[in-house]
Design a binder for this molecule. Sequence first.
Ligand SMILES: Nc1nc2c([nH]c(=O)n2[C@@H]2O[C@H](COP(=O)(O)OP(=O)(O)OP(=O)(O)O)[C@@H](O)[C@H]2O)c(=O)[nH]1
Length: 144
Amino acid sequence: MANHHSAPTHKVIEVVCLVAMDQDNQILATQRAEDKPLGLLWEFPGGKIDTGESAEEALRREIVEELGIELGALTRLPAVTHVYDFGTIQLIPFLSKVNTRPLLGELQAHAAARWIALDEWDQLQWAPADLPIIEMLQKSELSK
Ligand SMILES: Nc1nc2c([nH]c(=O)n2[C@@H]2O[C@H](COP(=O)(O)OP(=O)(O)OP(=O)(O)O)[C@@H](O)[C@H]2O)c(=O)[nH]1
């Protein structure tokens, strides 16, 4: 019998990302470097979980590497799974609410960074996996 729900044969890549939100509910968006997969699309900063790391450890490491900042308290949000032609990713967002925007170091992995209002998300071209996260944030009490 045909199984229309069979799992992808390739491994799911676990990726963590940061939703930094300031007091005005603006969020930090970063633009992927041109030479990377999904180059120049906007995303939440973060990256793949390394072997032996927890999701939160991975995110704290990535954010120091990419933006030069140490994160405070983090709230894990529901993950989204997205199938790209190069593989399937599980994207695990963490929320960091900040009273003042952190001063970013020199960007190590991105072409640009911007704070944007949630209702202005469509001014940027996002990595497709991020759209359900943005939708969730817009519906959520987090942004009220
Ligand atoms: N960091 C991050 N990656 C995302 C997001 N959305 C999304 O589809 N991805 C995808 O998740 C994968 C992990 O991305 P990455 O390139 O940032 O991971 P990394 O820093 O560990 O990469 P590396 O393998 O170049 O060292 C990429 O395929 C990327 O396109 C997002 O919001 N943040």
